[in-house]
Design a protein around this ligand. Structure first.
Ligand SMILES: [Cu+2]
Length: 453
């Protein structure tokens, strides 16, 4: 299995500098077949960015592809000017240099494009990569930490191919750009040969539309969700990742017993009424994604997994501002994305309570909030969802309402917005997205155009 290079940037004191170039190239996704692709600092996908809590990040992104694009740091809490929303898209030949301070717990995040109406296409062509945020607390835990050896990124995307083995960019008007061939770290059906009896997989569902209900044929432990470590490892038989979601899992390996990471079909069609629609969204599809070759007998025995990880406490939402989001078709609250409309302004730090309802009976949606983390307080009708811990993206099953306790990063800027949207990227591109601004209480909110050079 290819392991994306770990890119630690250039560290000066506590400032870490990164340079990313979005570029065109060619990759061997299928064995022996050359396909035209896009990537960051390479031909397909991108390096894994490493950053630590407390550091200042100075990022430069160059656009060497053929269309305007922009990069969103999915899961990061940062100023709107660094968030990479559609208003910040920049042209081929130009660059963009956002900066921010890492002020969040250790987590597996990722980066991908967010240009208006073409996010799915740009991600599908290969503009996606992982982000590892580390901190002292997570480093001190006895968990696998050796990148590429026992701490392994698993970036799940997908493709469908034309007869001449190029990426088929045909977008279905109902189901979007649903790849039919899963791609793991850039290739199909990889094999990872383990040298240790326990590995940590950093699972990223980077597919534009596809859900993955992931199994290994044996129980495994979830140690982290989108926004970081859980309070304690949770043993499960499967985990559902909707597009954009991440999880970190620990897998115990016994010599001679190889395992297969499978996408096993979403139980109960994800709550969709009609089997036919569930087929269209690929919810019944099954795939072998990754073979994990067990270590040999010489691999040392390991101690127990820590019983406790980090402190995760449900926030107090007494007196919190409440907001409602009704997902229906390609709209949220009967409105489509308009880059000139601000749906609401958040003018203080603290917790908000967001009620998110999927009003469709036979369409799945999920919900992602930029610059935020949330807990799922009450998930009726969503038994298949793993709802412990902090998230930034969550599946919203048909005809269900989730109550999210949302913790927004407080970086007041009255001129630039953050997004909330369905992360099924075809839905987002069709307008299933809105904007909020974080400002100081007395600030006048007026959106400005992009600032870049
Ligand atoms: Cu949706």
């Amino acid at each position: 299995m290819p392991i994306p290079p770990l890119y630690e940037g250039e560290l000066t004191g506590t400032t870490r500098r990164f340079e990313l170039t979005a570029q065109t190239g060619q990759a061997e996704i299928l064995p022996g077949v050359i396909t035209n692709t896009w990537g960051f600092n390479g031909s397909f996908l991108g390096p894994t960015l490493y950053m630590r809590r407390g550091e200042t990040i100075e990022m430069t992104v160059r656009n060497n592809v053929t269309e305007p694009t922009v990069v969103h740091w999915h899961g990061l809490h940062l100023p709107a000017a660094a968030d990479g929303g559609p208003a910040l898209a920049f042209a081929p030949g130009e660059s963009w240099s956002p900066t921010w301070t890492v002020d969040q717990a250790a987590a597996t995040c990722w980066y991908h494009p967010h240009p208006h109406e073409v996010s799915a296409l740009h991600a599908y062509r290969g503009l996606a990569g992982g982000i590892v945020i580390a901190d002292d607390e997570s480093d001190a835990l006895d968990l696998p930490h050796a990148y590429g050896e026992d701490d392994i990124p698993v970036i799940i995307t997908d493709a469908k191919f034309t007869e001449d083995n190029q990426l088929d960019e045909t977008i279905d008007t109902t189901y979007g750009l649903l790849g039919t061939t899963p791609v793991i770290n850039g290739i199909t059906k990889p094999r990872f040969t383990a040298t240790t009896r326990r590995i940590r997989l950093r699972l990223v569902n980077g597919a534009t539309m596809r859900f993955h209900h992931l199994t290994l044929g044996v129980p495994f432990r979830v140690i982290a969700t989108d926004q970081g470590l859980l309070d304690a490892p949770a043993e499960v038989d499967a985990i559902l990742l909707s597009p954009g979601e991440r999880a970190e899992i620990l897998v115990e390996l016994e010599p001679g017993k190889d395992l297969t990471l499978r996408s096993d079909g979403v139980p109960d069609n994800g709550g969709l009424e009609k089997g036919e629609t569930a087929n269209g969204f690929g919810l019944k599809d099954t795939f072998d994604l990754l073979t994990i070759v067990a270590p040999d007998e010489s691999a040392p025995e390991l101690g127990a997994v820590p019983g406790q990880l980090v402190s995760v406490e449900k926030p107090d939402a007494t007196g919190a501002t409440e907001r409602e989001f009704r997902l229906n078709g390609f709209q949220i609250n009967e409105q489509s994305m308009d880059m000139n409309r601000v749906d609401f302004v958040i003018d203080r730090p603290g917790i908000e309570v967001w009620r998110v309802t999927n009003e469709n009976s036979d369409w799945p949606h999920n919900f992602h909030v930029h610059n935020a983390r949330f807990m799922v307080d009450n998930a009726d009708g969503s038994e298949m969802e793993f709802t412990a811990g902090w998230h930034d993206t969550v599946y919203v099953p048909p005809l269900s309402t989730l109550i999210l306790l949302v913790d927004i990063g407080y970086y007041p800027d009255p001129m630039l917005a953050y997004m909330f949207h369905c992360h099924m990227l075809f839905h987002e591109d069709e307008g299933m997205m809105g904007q909020f601004v974080v400002a100081e209480p007395d600030q006048e909110v007026q959106l400005a155009g992009a600032h870049h050079h």
